[in-house]
Design a protein around this ligand. Structure first.
Ligand code: HAM
Length: 422
């Protein structure tokens, strides 16, 4: 069989022209999250299958339909991580981070795997950027994680999004709400889709965010979880809404948003962007509180809250998808001199390019070289013509306003360093 150059279905290559945007997002994420006190954690891309089964929940689509599970040569059942939270909790406990003074704030990024039907904005290998904050119970930290996310989106230049908010209750109030749902919906089962009928027994809350319009029709008059919270959950919820608003965010309360993972307690939120570039995948990120997960993994009671964004989806929304501008392009009649100058500028930290399209020893004519500089969106062009080379000088052309300045070659690097790097 011939080797196919196509990547596996639902995956893609990140090509040179695209990796600039990835790097820009990654470096912005790093500064932004570290500024808010989050420290990076890197966990394995595969874990014991049990971790996700128990952590994410047997009844979720992720666990029941979408996991990449395999046995290794020692017959261990392993799964490519479908999300980052379960692995973070495992690592948090394994490294004894629960003994550090709270909150312990972590961030992560990397590929995740879900066997879903690929479409615009939905792939089988995708990338998440996430944060998890362990050890704080009050709504203030829920608000911090939401504000950090919202500010990060704005720093990326993504302004057009909605923060949807809901409360899913906890072990004290959710069972009664679940029963209430069953009670109300039992008589309507024959009008619901097969997935909803299945969820009725296993996880009735998930019925509420079904995308099938005829099902939504049946859920119109169904009471929301927010109206059936116990006193503690209600206090948390009311304070959360108040604090989020005080931070200048106008949340959209969405009682139908229940999230696709089982570990949530109380707060659940989703960042939604209605943008045609995302196809039907309008959720760019989501998260919430998961106060019982650490305990479920054998740790001490530890409240926690976090989110993850789909990096692939964020990149589809970046306003300026053009190549990042190049600071300097060197144009010269002498290719060796151009390379020597480019090297000198690179050594002081300035990204610099030169023309490589000349034949043999000869450089291309100046206008062709300038065309190349324009194509790369160079901010400055350094010109080393016969004249300049003879006098030991260089002409610097500012490509934005066309102004020119002549400096000695010995001062070129320090001059441009000041203009570009400071
Ligand atoms: P999630 O909502 O399953 O949450 O995924 C978070 C984000 O990952 C989604 O909003 C979406 O942007 C992206 N995403 C998910 N599946 C795909 C896919 N097949 N293709 C492209 N992008 C996708 C979680 O994973 C939770 N662990 C978030 C969290 C962290 N909750 C608390 N802490």
């Amino acid at each position: 069989m011939e080797i196919s150059t196509q990547p596996p279905r639902g995956t893609s290559d990140i090509l040179p022209g695209q990796s600039d945007d990835w790097q820009r997002l990654e470096s912005l994420a790093k500064t932004h999250l570290q500024r808010a006190g989050y420290k990076e954690i890197r966990t394995p891309t595969f874990e014991h299958t049990e971790l996700f089964k128990r952590g994410v929940g047997e009844t979720t689509d992720i666990v029941s339909k979408e996991m990449y599970t395999f046995s290794d040569k020692s017959d261990r059942s392993l799964t490519l991580r479908p999300e980052g939270t379960a692995g973070c909790v495992r690592a948090f406990l394994n490294a004894g981070l629960h003994r550090q003074s709270p909150p312990v704030k972590l961030w992560y990024q990397g590929p995740m795997y879900r066997y879903e039907r690929p479409q615009t904005g939905r792939t089988r290998q995708f990338h998440q950027l996430g944060i998890e904050a362990f050890g704080s119970q009050g709504p203030l930290i829920d608000v911090e994680v939401i504000v950090v996310a919202s500010d990060f989106l704005k720093a990326l230049g993504i302004e057009d999004f909605e923060v949807q908010l809901n409360s899913l209750g906890d072990a004290a109030c959710r069972p009664a709400y679940r029963e209430l749902l069953r009670e109300k919906l039992r008589a309507r089962l024959d009008k619901l889709c097969a997935d909803c009928r299945d969820r009725f027994e296993r996880n009735p809350l998930r019925m509420l965010d079904c995308k099938v319009p005829t099902c939504q029709e049946q859920y119109k008059d169904i009471p929301s979880a927010i109206d059936h919270l116990c006193d503690d959950c209600k206090t948390h919820w009311l304070k959360l809404v108040e604090l989020v608003q005080a931070q200048g965010i106008k949340p959209v309360i969405n009682p139908r948003m229940v999230r696709g993972l089982d570990y949530y307690t109380r707060t659940a939120f989703e960042f939604v962007a209605k943008d045609s570039r995302l196809g039907t995948q309008s959720s760019i990120g989501g998260g919430g509180r998961y106060d019982k997960l650490v305990e479920m993994f054998g740790g001490p009671p530890t409240p926690a809250v976090g989110w993850a964004f789909g990096v692939d989806r964020l990149l589809m929304l970046l306003p300026d998808k053009s190549l990042s501008a190049l600071p300097v392009f060197v144009v010269s009649s002498n290719p060796q001199a151009a390379l020597a100058t480019a090297t000198e500028l690179r050594r002081v930290g300035i990204q610099t390019e030169l023309d490589f399209a000349g034949q043999g020893q000869a450089a291309r004519n100046f206008s062709k070289q300038i065309q190349q500089a324009n194509k790369l969106q160079a901010s400055y062009v350094v010109i080393l013509g016969e004249d300049e080379l003879a006098k030991g000088e260089a002409t610097i052309k500012d490509m934005k306003d066309g102004s020119q300045k002549v400096v000695s070659q010995s001062e070129l690097a320090s001059y441009l360093g000041k203009v570009i790097l400071e």
